[in-house]
Design a protein around this ligand. Structure first.
Ligand SMILES: [Zn+2]
Length: 339
């Protein structure tokens, strides 16, 4: 363990200590900033077998949006307490796995910056080009002094590689998996995005994404999420999830496996509009500064997490569609999102 340098890392290391041998914890990589070494941790709970579903939680890709890390750490704390007594939850873990990378970009979280220590926006760093109307915020190679800098073409940043490594190792080998990457951004809605981010064309899993949305809408008709392909909002270059999804589709077994990457973008106007003065503070835009508002965000997404987990364990209604259902969901998805 390192001597934790900021609060979220200290919290993560305390959780790792509490988990002990109930989890498989790795320091996937280390990144250096001003003579300090920052670990990038992954935590895996449950079965390591190849034939079980996997659910991954990713946070802190953009350091400034540290609320994503905090939501995951809070969920991990809940799980640790459940493991003490909830036999049903322990049973679930015997036939599934949960994968956590709570702080992908520790230097960014430490400094309160979107980018990593090299000034690179990790979610613009993959070797994948946006198609269509791209803007500066879509990712550029002008200068690391400007936000949304994509970094070098030759190789991805250490943090981006660490994320890909964990997803390939613990998620790609599963027959059915979901990765949920937590961010916060402008806007009044909490958005749940599926691929693609780099182009307007429908991604191969739209029927399943639509079926999952329909199931969620029916179970929780008053839910708070706007569910859509990310390209509905904007097109970006270098999206890591597009990159991972495409590389998953090229794996030998892709026909027999399903992987759905989701991005949760928590709308920061939800906390900003009540305290506009936060506009003037560094974290204000992307982080709720008042404790009660932060607590509200920490508990706001538990229903979604549990729904996704149960959907992976019981996938019949969305991930095991017959030919007729596939066709119907495809048509409905096209009409809803791509008309
Ligand atoms: Zn973000």
């Amino acid at each position: 363990m390192s001597n934790a340098i900021f609060a979220e890392l200290a919290q993560l290391e305390a959780l790792i200590a509490q988990l002990g041998d109930r989890a498989r914890t790795d320091v996937v990589s280390r990144v250096q900033y001003k003579n300090r070494s920052f670990p990038i941790y992954s935590i895996v709970l449950g079965s390591l077998r190849d034939d079980v579903p996997a659910l991954a939680f990713v946070g802190g890709v953009h350091g400034l949006e540290k609320i994503g890390s905090e939501v995951i750490l809070s969920y991990l704390q809940t799980i640790i307490h459940l493991l003490d007594w909830d036999e049903e939850f322990a049973g679930r873990l015997e036939r599934s796995r949960l994968v956590f990378i709570p702080i992908v970009n520790p230097i960014g979280v430490y400094r309160g910056t979107r980018s990593n220590g090299n000034g690179v926006d990790l979610m613009r760093n993959a070797p994948i080009e946006g198609k269509g109307n791209t803007k500066l915020y879509s990712g550029h190679r002008v200068s690391p002094r400007l936000p949304w800098y994509r970094g070098d073409t030759a190789q991805m940043e250490t943090e981006a590689q660490a994320l890909c490594q964990v997803i390939r190792k613990y998620v790609f080998n599963s027959p059915l998996s979901i990765a949920l990457d937590l961010h916060s951004g402008f806007g009044i809605h909490d958005r749940l995005w599926f691929p693609y981010a780099s182009c307007k064309k429908p991604f191969p899993g739209i029927a399943e994404a639509h079926a999952l949305k329909q199931s969620f809408d029916r179970c929780y008709p008053n839910h708070i999420y706007k569910i859509e392909p990310m390209s509905q909002e904007y097109i970006i270059n270098g999206d890591l999830w597009d990159y991972l999804y495409d590389s998953f589709m090229q794996t030998a077994d892709a026909q027999h496996r399903q992987f759905l990457p989701l991005t949760l973008e928590m709308g920061s106007w939800l906390w900003l509009r009540k305290s506009p003065l936060h506009l003037f503070q560094r974290h204000g835009f992307f982080h709720p500064l008042l404790p009660h508002r932060q607590q509200r965000i920490l508990r706001r997404h538990i229903t979604l997490f549990d729904f996704l987990y149960r959907s992976l364990l019981y996938p019949k209604k969305w991930a095991q569609l017959d030919a007729m259902q596939l066709k119907q969901h495809n048509q409905q998805a096209l009409a809803l999102w791509y008309a």
